[in-house]
Write a protein that binds this ligand. Structure first.
Ligand SMILES: [Zn+2]
Ligand SMILES: [Zn+2]
Ligand SMILES: [Zn+2]
Length: 327
C-alpha cells in the first residue's frame, strides 16, 4: 500500500485514513481520481463511515454508499460488536482490492459480495456467477490461524481471500468466452473437467508429489480454476508489494553474495505494465528474501513463504499479459 500525503500538513497518510494523525484534518478517498483529499463541506462521506470507518467519498448524488461498500449485497446483522468489527475488517480488505484494481484498470465493479458470519449461518467462502462469499469470522486471528493449520497453508489473510476470489470473477469476465480461453487452457489446463469431483479428489488425497515445480500452492493443483485464482492472487500480491517498496525507494542489493542488485522498481503503473515478468520477478525475489528475514527479526512468520518455480513464473507471465492487455 503506497503512501499518500496529507494535503494540509504533508504528513504520510494512507488511502484508508479518515483523518490525519498529525494535524487532525478529516481525510477522504476519491475513487474517481484515486486521491486522498481533505473533506470539505460539499463532500459526502460513505454512509458506512460511522459504523465501520469507511474512508471513501461518494461522488454520485443518488448514492449513499461508496463504490466499494455498494458492492456488498449482504452484511452480518447489525448490533453485534464483534461481528461489526469483523465486517469492518472485511470491508477494509475489499477496499484494498478495489483500490488496487482501480490502479491497474481492472473492472471488478460488476462483482457482488456476500460478507456473512459463520456464527449466524453456514458460510462457504467462494465465488459463483459473479457473487463472492466471504466468512467475516476469518478477520479473527484465532479463527484464521486454526483454518490455516487445518488446510496446511503457509499463508492465509483476509486480503488474500479477496484477491483469490476476484481471480475467479476475472476468469469469468476476462477469459471465459474470449480469445484468451485457448491460451488459458495451454497454460493452466482444461477447466471443463468436473470441478466438484476435482475438489473432492484434492481433499481426499495426499499432496501431489513435486507440486512446487508447477504450482504456486498445493491448492492450485486442485483444478485449473483454482490454479488461475491462486496465480492471479499472487500477481496482485507482487504488484502491490513492489509498488509499495518502490514508493519508499526500497531496493535490495545484497546483504548476501547471492543477492545481486536487482534494480529499482518503477513507480508508474505504465512502466511496470511494460516490464517482462522475468524482470518483475528478478526484483520481487530479493525483496521477499529481505522482508522474510526482517519478519524473522521480529519473531514473525515469513512475509512471503512461497517458491516461484519457472513454470509458476510462466503462469504469472500469462496473467501479467492478461491484466495489462485488458486494462
Ligand atoms: Zn495532516
Ligand atoms: Zn464505503
Ligand atoms: Zn477458489
Amino acid at each position: 500500500m503506497r503512501p499518500y500525503t496529507c494535503p494540509t500538513c504533508g504528513q504520510m497518510v494512507f488511502f484508508d485514513d479518515t483523518a490525519c494523525t498529525a494535524c487532525d484534518t478529516d481525510l477522504g478517498f476519491r475513487p474517481e481520481s484515486r486521491e486522498v483529499s481533505a473533506v470539505g463541506s460539499r463532500d459526502r462521506r460513505c454512509a458506512n463511515h460511522d459504523e465501520i470507518g469507511c474512508s471513501w467519498l461518494v461522488a454520485e448524488a443518488d448514492e449513499e454508499l461508496c463504490r466499494s461498500c455498494r458492492l456488498t449485497r449482504t452484511r452480518p446483522p447489525a448490533g453485534d460488536a464483534a461481528m461489526t468489527l469483523a465486517w469492518a475488517e472485511a470491508e477494509q480488505a475489499k477496499r484494498m482490492l478495489l483500490w488496487q484494481a482501480l490502479g491497474l484498470g481492472l473492472d471488478i465493479e460488476g462483482a457482488t459480495f456476500d460478507l456473512k458470519s459463520g456464527d449466524v449461518e453456514p458460510v462457504i467462502t467462494g465465488h459463483a456467477d459473479g457473487v463472492i462469499t466471504i466468512d467475516v469470522r476469518e478477520a479473527d486471528d484465532v479463527v484464521r490461524t486454526r483454518m490455516r493449520e487445518r488446510m496446511g497453508e503457509p499463508y492465509r489473510t483476509m486480503l488474500g481471500h479477496f484477491r483469490h476470489e476476484i481471480g475467479h470473477y476475472l476468469w469469468m469476465t476476462l477469459v471465459d468466452g474470449t480469445d484468451h480461453l485457448a491460451g488459458f487452457r495451454e497454460v493452466f489446463g482444461d477447466e471443463t473437467t468436473d470441478y466438484a469431483e476435482a475438489l473432492e479428489a484434492h481433499y481426499g488425497s495426499p499432496d501431489p508429489e513435486g507440486w512446487q515445480d508447477g504450482y504456486v500452492s498445493v491448492y492450485a493443483t486442485a483444478h485449473p480454476w483454482e490454479d488461475f485464482a491462486e496465480t492471479l492472487a499472487h500477481y496482485l500480491h507482487i504488484r502491490d508489494t513492489l509498488e509499495t517498496a518502490g514508493s519508499f525507494g526500497l531496493s535490495v542489493d545484497g546483504a548476501h553474495e547471492a543477492l545481486q542488485p536487482a534494480g529499482d522498481v518503477p513507480t508508474s503503473r505504465a512502466a511496470v505494465d511494460r516490464m517482462a515478468i522475468e524482470d518483475l520477478v528478478e526484483r520481487w525475489l530479493p525483496l521477499t528474501y529481505a522482508l522474510n528475514a526482517v519478519n524473522r527479526s521480529m519473531g514473525r512468520p515469513p512475509l512471503y513463504p512461497f517458491v516461484l518455480a519457472p513454470a509458476v513464473i510462466a503462469k504469472l507471465g500469462w496473467v501479467h499479459e492478461l491484466v495489462t492487455d485488458t486494462s
